[in-house]
Design a binder for this molecule. Structure first.
Ligand code: SF4
Length: 399
């Protein structure tokens, strides 16, 4: 089954879920039904309740879109982890970006969902409304084009995202160097997901029994980086993004846990090769060194970030503009840190829906389309109420 194209199915999956065009819906329903049987069987062999964590915002969407939580046995709990790159970006980085925008010294190029993340004293959106030169881009290459088109104006790209998007930033920097650009800069907050997973396994306030590992990140990094997590007793299954993909990953995790095994498995074999993408990793290695990085809610984690190597240092906005990223606490009342650790469900935050909504977000987890709170808010209706569900987001994916 793992290599089959899959889509939505199951009693709660039929409404509002995207159906893969290549697979008839009846087949998908049968597939989901079979997977739920496997899940039920494996769960009955467990010694007690288990918690599985997904660390990818697109998986969080698939789980909510398919109503998967409601389909699982009571003893199987799904937790959402730090899978949203905008959400895990530290408050101090947001503040530094706002300060740079307000200074007027550069054009900032950023993904749209970064605009609305509340900083300590404002947001990029407010800075833009007050006249700061901030452009929304869909990729780093757009930012590079902007720099080419405005050679006398510095352009700073806010580089957030995991190993999925970091190679594109590396390619853009190679191109900038080859073209001799002197007005293109990167304010880097790229992150590596596996060190965060390892940090979570040592977390005092959340117990995780296994991980649904991210699909797009794994296209780049392959399977080997997850081995230390599995050796530590938490099995990992790399999963695709249809609800039946996630169901199969859950079945594989529960079967391993019931058998007392902890391994790395690949459910998403139609896209992820065991060795990943060596070319993309070579780009990363050529441009970035691995360094400690600060994560919202998780603090500093060793080897979880990237820093520009010496030969690319002239593109580093921190050096070029003397930017200091100073650690800053979350806004009063914001519980995003706990949500990102899986220690709190979005609805358990007192501000959820009262003082924090997608229209008026109080924390980043409500802003981003990959944020747990925003997803929980968008899918807050009962699973059977398909009219309350938004249409699947085209082009969604990990960054
Ligand atoms: Fe943060 Fe709002 Fe979510 Fe509460 S509801 S954790 S304030 S994003």
């Amino acid at each position: 089954m793992p290599e089959k194209a899959s889509g939505s199915s199951g009693a709660c999956l039929k409404a509002g879920a995207k159906v893969n065009e290549r697979t008839p819906e009846t087949t998908l329903r049968e597939e989901a039904s079979h997977l739920l049987e496997r899940i039920g069987l494996a769960a009955s062999g467990l010694a007690g309740p288990v918690s599985l964590m997904e660390v990818c915002g697109t998986h969080t969407v698939a789980i909510s879109r398919g109503g998967l939580r409601e389909l699982l046995p009571e003893r199987v709990r799904l937790l959402s982890g730090p899978g949203c790159p905008v959400c895990v970006t530290a408050q101090g980085f947001i503040d530094a970006a706002v300060r740079l925008a307000e200074s007027g010294r550069a054009t900032l190029a950023t993904y749209g969902d970064m605009l609305r993340v509340p900083g300590t004293t404002g947001s990029l959106e407010l800075a833009k409304a007050a006249g700061a030169d901030i452009r929304t881009v869909y990729s780093v290459l757009e930012a590079l084009e902007l720099a080419r088109a405005t050679p006398t104006r510095p352009v700073v790209f806010l580089a957030v995202g995991f190993e999925t998007t970091a190679p594109a930033t590396a390619v853009a920097l190679e191109e900038a160097r080859a073209a001799g650009l002197t007005n293109f800069f990167v304010l880097d907050a790229h992150k590596r997901i596996v060190p965060a997973m390892l940090a979570l396994t040592a977390s005092a306030d959340v117990a995780i029994d296994g991980f649904i590992a991210p699909g797009h990140v794994s296209v780049v990094i392959g399977l080997a980086p997850y081995e230390p997590v599995a050796r530590g007793g938490r099995p990992c299954v790399v999963a695709g993004f249809e609800p039946v993909d996630v169901l199969e990953a859950i079945a594989l995790l529960l079967e391993m846990l019931a058998a007392g095994r902890s391994e790395v498995r690949n459910q998403y074999r139609r896209a992820v090769r065991p060795e990943g993408n060596p070319t993309a990793r070579a780009e990363l290695d050529a441009v970035f060194a691995v360094v400690p990085a600060e994560w919202r809610g998780l603090g500093f984690i060793a080897d979880s970030g990237f820093s520009l190597r010496e030969e690319f240092r002239r593109f580093d906005a921190r050096d070029a503009f003397g930017i200091e990223v100073v650690a800053a606490p979350e806004l009063p009342g914001c519980r995003c840190g706990q949500v990102l650790r899986g220690a709190l469900e979005p609805r358990e935050c007192p501000l959820f829906g009262h003082g924090c909504t997608p229209a008026h977000p109080h924390g980043p987890c409500m802003v981003s389309r990959e944020g747990s709170c925003g997803i929980a808010y968008r899918f807050r209706a009962a699973p059977s109420d398909s009219s309350a569900r938004p249409a699947p987001q085209p082009g969604g994916g990990e960054r």
